[in-house]
Design a protein around this ligand. Structure first.
Ligand code: PEP
Length: 249
């Protein structure tokens, strides 16, 4: 995995044809050395298609969630061994839509994190405060609480990337200021230094350069603006221009 990492979370968008077209456009449109900075998180139904479409490239593929157990009576869930069977090596965990739309608690996310890592997956763990928590001055306390499970997993930190995604900035068009981003990233770095930290929340081609120029930011997790292959390519190019490109420590 190469930093900066530019990750696309497609959420519940794209069928297999659209997924294939997106991959083809990005592979043809960017210099091949840029592809090592890309991670795609399609819906479960497109995972195999995307794995096949990017097989000859260093593009990484992630599921948008993963259960902590290997198998069992968990209707609607998929496990790390099932993802490994598709050659999917990464999973997003704790995305704010999972926490706040589907009610995944800190405890549940912690179980998923531990299970996924112990079964060999690499994980992008999303954390971030809600608007009322920020307004109550609780941002750092919330982020610290969401990162607490990392303490028991130190031997697996090399398989973790963090994503700071303030809930109020996701899908709202309201991006955090560079000061707000830098402050929380510095706070996370103080406790979990070696783990890369991405920023996510209404990132788009117009604001990504400014965000990526922050030394505290190791990449971006992008939803809405990453659905369009042209915009996504522009954001990868802009990020690499801002950072120059650097290898994972
Ligand atoms: C996301 O889904 O992680 C995200 C940051 O979405 P958006 O870029 O649309 O705010």
């Amino acid at each position: 995995m190469k930093l900066p990492l530019i990750a696309a979370n497609w959420k519940m968008h794209k069928n297999r044809k659209e997924a294939r077209e997106f991959c083809r456009a990005v592979i043809e449109g960017l210099p091949s050395r840029d592809l090592q900075h890309i991670l795609l998180a399609p819906p479960f139904t497109c995972l195999e298609t995307v794995v096949e479409a990017v097989a000859a490239t260093p593009i990484l593929v992630a599921s948008q969630n993963c259960h902590g157990e290997t198998h069992g009576a968990f209707t609607g869930e998929v496990s790390a061994p099932m993802l490994a069977d598709l050659k999917v090596e990464w999973a997003l965990l704790g995305h704010s839509e999972r926490r706040h739309v589907f009610g995944e608690s800190d405890e549940l996310v912690a179980k998923r994190l531990e299970g996924a890592l112990k079964q060999g997956l690499k994980v992008i763990l999303c954390v971030g405060e809600r608007l009322e928590e920020r307004e109550a001055g609780q941002t750092e306390a919330v982020v610290a609480r969401q990162l607490q499970p990392l303490e028991n997993l130190r031997d697996l930190w090399q398989n973790i990337v963090l994503a700071y995604e303030p809930v109020w900035a996701i899908g709202t068009g309201r991006v955090a200021t560079t000061e707000q981003i830098a402050q929380v990233h510095r706070f996370i770095r103080a406790a979990h230094g070696p783990i890369p930290v991405l920023y996510g929340g209404s990132v788009n081609p117009g604001n990504i350069g400014e965000i990526m120029r922050l030394p505290e930011v190791d990449g971006a997790l992008i939803g809405g603006a990453a659905l369009d292959s042209g915009k996504f390519q522009a954001m990868v190019a802009e990020s690499l221009k801002a950072k120059g490109g650097s290898e994972h420590p």
